[in-house]
Design a protein around this ligand. Sequence first.
Ligand code: NAD
Length: 354
Amino acid sequence: MQTIALSDYTIYVGPIETGWQEFLTRKKYTQILVIADENTQTHCLPLLIRALNGQAFDLIHIPAGEQHKHIGTCQHIWQQMLNVGLDRQALVINLGGGVIGDMGGFCASTYKRGVDFVQVPTTLLSQVDASIGGKLGIDFGMVKNSIGVFCNPKAVFIDPAFLTTLSTRELRSGFAEIIKHGLIQDAAQWATIKGISQLDTVDWPKLIVPSLLIKKHVVEVDPFERGLRKALNFGHTIGHAVESFALETSEPLLHGEAIAIGMVCEAWLSQQQGFLSTADLEEISAFFIQIYGHEVLDEANFAAYLHLMGNDKKNEGKKINFSLIGAPGQVHINCSADADTIFASLRYYQQLAG
Ligand code: NAD
């Protein structure tokens, strides 16, 4: 069991039973409530139940998927919390990917002005990214994560055993955030990553811990995203727009798949602004296409992407804000680009198809 201490909570990496026993020595709770979705109830709850070792709990179960990360599902969760008589000395366990972590954490931190919660991330994406840093929330209208709060969990339990039931597509989605962490903060991690060609042979725990340490560093320096934390938005300005748009279609993209597209476009913007060399741009683009393939983006939708970017909460005034990269491991925050340049970056991605 490895522990990573943040200022007010601990991340336990390893078998959840061990971390859970250590956590319970710190505080006793009157009641435990587990929030799971249909997949984590099937695949992950049995492992959690073993760790709970006979402790009683209530279960709220919600449908799986980003399309349920909205206020209607929160109302269901809050209602169930009231129905089971959850009091303020209770603990909520969010068992699932980033959707459960963001939404369950948001419901817990607002219910009766806040009850304690812990994150048990069960996807690669949530293990390296979503479960750390205290950003909680839901989508509203077509705008991703537009309603939410900052609130830290009491602990995070990262057990790589959960990853064994995850699909390759979901693993690949989570990998995008690991790639991002390397590109923005850690040239050595990027050097390891770019040697990967087959996801089924990757030793995930070896990549998870360095990635967690990067995220920990960034969120500790800047918990409320006033400076360095914006670095984590590399690929996300365009990626979120592509993701939000696709979410309304019959072929939604996973978060990491959309962010991978965003990182290619924003790497091009980085090269245009003189931060990134052409050789690095080409290497980064080729790597993303090799791992993620190429998604056709219809030029007729570019204006809609731009409109979605205009709603991004990272913007200041009318300017669309970007975090761009320099040589691998270096990041430039508070950059902006005009509409024509953003369209050109999408066209750059398009022409990689050939
Ligand atoms: P997700 O929560 O939708 O999980 C993906 C799918 O995998 C779901 O169908 C889920 O039921 C299933 N699943 C989860 N664990 C499983 C397991 N062990 N075995 C089998 N199936 C399993 O998606 P995600 O990719 O984990 O998270 C994406 C969300 O995270 C987005 O809403 C994004 O906005 C958010 N996010 C938040 C932050 C943050 O800082 N708060 C950072 C990055 C992303």
